[in-house]
Design a protein around this ligand. Structure first.
Ligand SMILES: C[S@@+](CC[C@H](N)C(=O)[O-])C[C@H]1O[C@@H](n2cnc3c(N)ncnc32)[C@H](O)[C@@H]1O
Length: 224
């Protein structure tokens, strides 16, 4: 069912499980809480996803933000480029999945995230980083995200502490958060949540329960 702004409500979310992808329900629901809070505060503008794959997460973004951009190099499981016909097929599948879910489709850009010219991008209230998982890629994506974050925006980093992707964890601890004016405010089963330092206490205290730990010199909410 859609609300008055044409956005899908949470009763329809089970449809997303049919799109190939990975997430924990705690992370999905926490992302929804962030999206809801941004809409209540009228700070839900556009959204950006780095690393789209089959489109499960970007379909969720399309159901909550007016304008959504997805960047993907469309690499195969060995990190090689897909051929143009396969790329067209995957892009069409993502668009169809998003349209079927919520009646909106993202703007898809085929590119390595490092190769995107800054002028092609806008400012985004919600940025999901889930493209290359080597430390160098993630560091570059964190820099990109910090430059394109809208006021009261949130950056969500996938696989932040996953044992199969230690490069993401390395990037978390080598990125200069304070120079970027950013701070983490929550840790989920598979995602790290950050925003401008000035907004971090508000997001944490509004959305997280009582379970708290220290991370990078900040108190963060623990979701699981
Ligand atoms: C883990 S999947 C993304 C999953 C998706 N976010 C979801 O939640 O369903 C990673 C995607 O990132 C893309 N990718 C990997 N390295 C990339 C890079 N350097 N630049 C852009 N895309 C990249 C891959 O083609 C793949 O589709």
């Amino acid at each position: 069912m859609a609300d008055s702004a044409g956005f899908q409500n949470e009763a329809d979310l089970s449809a997303l499980e049919g799109i190939e992808g990975w997430w924990s329900i705690e992370d999905r629901d926490f992302c929804l809480s962030i999206m809801r809070m941004q809409r209540q505060r009228r700070s839900a503008g556009a959204a950006l996803e780095l690393g789209v794959h089959h489109g499960r997460f970007i379909a969720l973004l399309c159901s909550r933000y007016e304008s959504v951009v997805g960047i993907d190099a469309w690499l195969d499981e060995f990190g090689a480029d897909l051929d143009p016909e396969s790329v067209r097929y995957v892009e069409r599948r993502v668009e169809e999945a998003c349209l079927a879910f919520c009646g909106r489709a993202p703007r898809l850009v085929r590119s390595k995230t490092k190769a995107i010219p800054a002028e092609m991008l806008d400012r985004y209230s919600f940025i999901h980083i889930d493209a290359g998982h080597e430390a160098e890629d993630v560091l570059a994506d964190l820099v990109l995200a910090s430059r394109h974050l809208a006021p009261e925006g949130v950056i969500v980093l996938d696989d932040a502490f996953a044992s199969l992707t230690p490069g993401v964890c390395e990037a978390v601890f080598t990125f200069n958060w304070s120079a970027a004016g950013l701070s983490p405010f929550a840790v989920g089963p598979n995602k790290l949540y950050a925003c401008r330092t000035v907004d971090a206490d508000t997001y944490r205290d509004s959305l997280c329960g009582a379970k708290r730990r220290q991370l990078l010199g900040r108190e963060v909410g623990i979701l699981h």
